[in-house]
Ligand binder design. Structure first.
Ligand code: ADP
Ligand code: MG
Length: 256
């Protein structure tokens, strides 16, 4: 991975990249995010875990403004989230997002999927976009699939294309929302390995996952959510060996 040259140690010391302050959000009567304070340093890898329905996906979606918030503030690299227009499109490009369900463009080839955003949002010329797309597809191990359509690829390959597509925008931070939950078991590791490498190369990452092995080996910090709140935050070793809250103890007893 050539794009990111800083080491994790350098990166973590150079400031906060994503800051959420007293963020609150409702869906009608449901208070889905409650007083969320969360700061993510440059180069940091934060794994978000918690029971289904606790607000993890909504949290991710507020960070690239797929969802609005009712109260509080979110800044990316010191800038508040833009409300609309071109500034919002650029913000979305700064925040790479990988979903459970791949979300590739079905009628575009793998190569076109990774070129499109570069051309439309970043205004990169076609030859440069193609060169970068091919390099990224190689990097995630699907270079030979460039001319196929998404449906011709396995789930693990499609998810790696989705990661390449997000990386093509040179995001400042990558959000992963249960990126391996829809995959057959034998394909989970090939996606986690790409994410591990990205983490080692210093990418700032927020990862919602149930893969506790990944959390232990890649995360700088685990954030445990329940009922719309951050209940506990700790280094992975500390969190897994000695969770403080009853909610976290209960959750871990069910999944480990
Ligand atoms: P998680 O990702 O932790 O499972 P979500 O953020 O998806 O949790 O959802 C949190 C809660 O918000 C759930 O109760 C869910 O049903 C509700 N919810 C999510 N999206 C919407 C929406 N667009 N409209 C209404 N309720 C929603
Ligand atoms: Mg979710």
């Amino acid at each position: 991975m050539t794009e990111v040259s800083v080491t994790k140690e350098d990166a973590v010391t150079s400031g906060d990249l994503v800051v959420l302050k007293s963020v609150n959000k409702h869906f009608g009567a449901l208070h889905v995010l409650q007083d969320i304070d969360l700061t993510i340093a440059r180069g940091e890898v934060v794994v978000v875990i918690g029971p289904s329905g606790s607000g993890k996906s909504t949290l991710c979606r507020t960070i690239n403004r797929l969802e609005t918030i009712d109260e509080g503030a979110i800044t990316i690299d010191g800038k508040p989230l833009p409300q609309e227009g071109k500034a919002l499109a650029r913000l979305r490009a700064d925040v790479g997002m990988v979903f459970q369900s791949f979300n590739l463009f079905a009628h575009k080839t793998v190569l076109e999927n990774v070129m499109l955003g570069q051309i439309k949002v970043r205004k990169v010329d076609k030859a440069k976009a193609e060169e970068k797309a091919r390099a990224l597809l190689d990097r995630v191990g699907v270079g030979t699939q460039a001319d196929k359509y998404p449906a011709q690829l396995s789930g693990g390959q499609q998810q790696r294309v989705a990661i390449a597509r997000a990386l093509a925008m040179d995001p400042k931070v990558m959000l992963f929302d249960e990126p391996t939950s829809a995959l057959d078991p034998e394909m989970i590791n090939e996606v986690l390995e790409v994410m591990q490498q990205l983490a080692r190369d210093g990418m700032t990452m927020i990862v919602v996952t149930h893969e506790m092995g990944f959390a232990r080996s890649a995360a700088n910090r685990v954030v445990f959510m329940a009922d719309g709140r951050i209940v506990e935050e700790a280094a992975p070793d500390q969190f897994f060996s000695n969770p403080r809250s009853d909610r976290a103890k209960d959750f871990l007893s069910k999944i480990l």
